[in-house]
Design a protein around this ligand. Structure first.
Ligand code: SPD
Length: 367
C-alpha cells in the first residue's frame, strides 16, 4: 500500500507530455440514458468521473467484444448518487470514491460483484485488496487514486508560499475556484485549521463553516467547479489559483508546462475511486467483463499513463510511464501519511456528522 500511496504523490509536481485525448466515447456531462434502452447484451453504460479513462482502451474493449460503451460523467460523488437515486438513469457501472461505497450499499444501489469471477482480481496490490470501506471487496474494485492540491499557471501568477493560506488567509486579491465537492472543500478548510479531514467534532466543523463562509464572500472567489473545469480556468487565466485533483491538473500540464500543482504545507486529502456494479444494471455480465478488462496489467497501466492518477495494480507497475515512478522529487517520506499530513477521506460515522457536513455545504452553495 505504501508504495502505491507514494505513487500517488509521484504526481504532485510533474510535468510530462503524452498524446492527448479524443473524448468521442465520453458522454457530455450528466446526460441520462434513455430509459427505453433495454439490455441488448451489447451496450455497457458507465457513469464515471470526467476525464478518467483512456478512450483508446474503451475502443479496444468495444472492438474485442463487439459491444458499444456509453460513458456519462459527473464531478462529485454527491451528484452521482443523487442522479442514481433520482431514477430514470440505468447504468451498469459507477465509479464512486472509497468513502461513499457503503453509503451506496445502504441505499441499495449496488450489487455484489462476485469477485471470484474476476480472473484478474489477483493482480491488485495487496494494500488495495479487502479495504476497510468494503471488506472482502464484496462490491468494489479499486480503479485509480490521487491527492488533491492547489494549482496555478506560472505564466500569470506564482504563489509566494505553498499554503492553503492563499485561499483561506486574509488576502482578498487572488482569484480562485474551489472543487464542487463537499468533502474536498470542507476537508481543505479543516486541514488549514489544523484538524482532520474526517473531523466530527461540532466545534471543529463550526470553525470550518465560519472560515468557508468568509472565503466564498471574498471578491476573488470565482466559483465551485469540477477538476477539468478548474484546469481550463487556469489555462484561460480566469483564476490565479484552483483547488484540484492532482491528476486532472497534470493532464493539462502535459500540454502546458506553465501549469503546476502543489500540496499545501498544512496537508491535504487523498481518496481511491472504485468501480462498482449497480443494482439496476441491465447487463451485469458485461459490466463484470469490463471490470476484469480494467484489471489487466496493460489496460490498467494505459489508464494511469493517460489520466496521471495513481495505479492500484501490482502487475501494472512495471508498465507505468517512468514519470509516474522514477522522479526523486516525487518520493516524499512515508511519514506524510503516518503524520496525517495527507489523509484519506473516510466515510463519516452515521448520525450527526454527515448532517453537519451537509448543512455546511448547503449553506455555502446557497450564498
Ligand atoms: N477527473 C477525475 C476525478 C477523480 C476524482 N477523484 C475523486 C475525489 C473525491 N473527493
Amino acid at each position: 500500500m505504501k508504495r502505491a500511496l507514494l505513487l500517488a504523490l509521484l504526481l504532485l509536481t510533474a510535468c510530462h507530455r503524452v498524446e492527448k485525448k479524443d473524448t468521442a466515447t465520453e458522454g457530455n456531462g450528466t446526460t441520462t440514458p434513455k430509459p427505453t434502452l433495454k439490455d441488448d447484451g451489447k451496450t455497457l453504460r458507465i457513469f464515471m468521473w470526467s476525464d478518467y479513462i483512456d478512450p483508446e482502451i474503451v475502443k479496444d474493449f468495444e472492438t474485442a467484444n463487439g459491444v458499444n460503451v456509453v460513458i456519462d460523467t459527473y464531478e462529485s460523488n454527491e451528484a452521482m448518487i443523487a442522479k442514481l437515486q433520482g431514477g430514470g438513469a440505468s447504468y451498469d457501472l459507477a465509479n464512486p470514491s472509497n468513502y461513499v461505497v457503503q453509503t451506496m450499499v445502504r441505499a441499495k444501489l449496488l450489487q455484489p460483484l462476485q469477485k471470484e469471477q474476476l480472473s484478474n482480481f489477483r493482480n491488485l496490490l495487496p494494500g488495495f485488496v479487502n479495504p476497510n470501506f468494503d471488506r472482502g471487496n464484496e462490491y468494489s474494485i479499486p480503479y485509480q487514486f490521487a491527492a488533491t492540491g492547489l494549482a496555478y499557471n506560472s505564466a500569470r501568477f506564482t504563489p509566494p508560499r505553498a499554503s492553503w493560506e492563499l485561499i483561506f488567509g486574509q488576502q482578498d486579491t487572488l482569484r480562485f475556484a474551489l472543487l464542487d465537492d463537499p468533502r474536498e472543500v470542507i476537508g481543505a478548510a479543516l486541514k488549514y485549521l489544523g484538524y482532520s479531514v474526517n473531523a466530527t467534532k461540532p466545534e471543529e466543523l463550526r470553525a470550518a463553516r465560519d472560515l468557508l463562509r468568509k472565503t466564498v464572500r471574498k471578491r476573488g472567489f470565482e466559483s465551485f467547479a469540477g477538476g477539468p473545469e478548474i484546469r481550463n480556468k487556469l489555462l484561460a487565466g480566469s483564476i490565479d489559483l484552483g483547488q484540484i485533483y492532482v491528476g486532472d491538473l497534470l493532464q493539462g500540464a502535459a500540454e502546458n508546462d506553465k501549469l503546476h500543482v502543489f500540496i499545501p504545507r498544512e496537508g491535504t486529502t487523498i481518496s481511491t475511486d472504485t468501480l462498482v456494479i449497480l443494482r439496476g444494471s441491465p447487463n451485469p455480465a458485461l459490466a463484470r467483463k469490463f471490470m476484469d478488462y480494467v484489471l489487466q496489467p496493460g489496460v490498467s497501466a494505459a489508464i494511469s499513463n493517460y489520466t496521471y492518477y495513481g495505479n492500484p495494480n501490482a502487475r501494472a507497475q512495471p508498465l507505468l510511464d517512468p514519470f509516474l515512478k522514477d522522479q526523486p522529487a516525487f518520493n516524499p517520506p512515508a511519514g506524510e501519511f503516518a503524520s496525517g499530513r495527507i489523509e484519506f477521506i473516510n466515510e463519516l460515522p452515521r448520525g450527526n456528522p454527515p448532517r453537519l457536513y451537509d448543512r455546511i455545504w448547503t449553506d455555502l452553495k446557497s450564498r
